[in-house]
Design a protein around this ligand. Sequence first.
Ligand SMILES: N[C@@H](CCC(=O)N[C@@H](CS)C(=O)NCC(=O)O)C(=O)O
Length: 385
Amino acid sequence: MSDLFKLYTWSVSLYSGKARAYLIKQGIRFDDISPADPSFKNTIEPALGRWIIPVMATPDGEIVQDGTDIIDWFESRDMAKTPAYPKSPRHLISSLIMEMFGGEGLLRPAMHYRWNFDEDNLDFILQQFGLFAMPHLPPEERRDMALHAAGRMRGAATAFGVTPELAPHIEAAYLETMAELDAHFSEQPYLLGGAPTIGDYGLFASLFAHLGRDPHPLRLMQQKAPMLFRWTERMRNPSSDMVEFIGRDESLLPKDDIPDTLKTLLRRVASDYLPEIEAMIAFQNDYLKTAEISEGDIIGGKATTRQIGFCNFVWRDQKVTAMVMPYRVFLLQRIQGAYDALTESERESVDALLGETGLASIISTRSTRRVDRKNNREIWGPLTS
Ligand SMILES: N[C@@H](CCC(=O)N[C@@H](CS)C(=O)NCC(=O)O)C(=O)O
């Protein structure tokens, strides 16, 4: 039996990047395997009840789906070289917030910049989708099938709120966000100093496979945010890759310090993602009032369901409609759980930071029922109020 971990991924997959970057940074020996490999259909899919990546298979045959769960598998076994979860309170909470923002809050620009720039992107995307999904077919046969899959994913973009009316706003917001990320990574190698933490891995989801790899947004990043681009290289390098930060070591910033450039990014989460979080929780709490649910039920009734409905909210004076995905509540609860576990004085210092950055309600906006994960899927947990 191989002693290597297997990671079922492909490079075009947003969430795969998060898990892969973690394994690379921790020096864990693994093989990237395509889900087109027969073992995926024969072993992984039946175990999960759905087609989804990334999936990790451990040398003992354990199967773990989900970027965060893959990271936590190693963290809970003390196998991390540089732990993903900072020990000090403000570092921990801001890193968890950026995890959620990177994987979920940046999905609108990630989908927009992949699917709405066909002239620059489409040939490359179809070639890549065909290559990874159907490596056994001759290249000329792959394109038609990839086109079919692409049609499905364009549809999914709309469900995330990517519409023609919103496109100029998504672009304006992304340009601002990119500039803020560029300013941060001009001063810090990673979000919190000299080593990556969970927030870096979360951000890497959107900022690599789509925004840092598809031709149109990649060029935009190289032209407008070269230090952000450097960070996307750094996150794929087993070394700390901080050549431009002479004299820096691999430790996090001292004294639980949050640099101003990170405060700016937290304000960005408040302006660009908090309205959606609040609308999502309001929708879910309403849904929970009438839905017939028992603790332990698979959310949506089957493993393949990702959303329970649509919520509306206002962002940049625009009305946005977007899917409500309980997985996001799971990520939100991680922030809230970490906060609840702090001492009173630690909470005070976190409260000051969240107050200053407009994020106070990220702690108070709570679901009336927990979203938990069991057997690699989201389930309804106990009532919380
Ligand atoms: N919460 C999951 C999300 C994984 C996910 O959405 N993966 C996409 C590819 S990037 C997928 O497999 N989608 C297939 C589908 O939804 O049918 C994670 O973080 O691993």
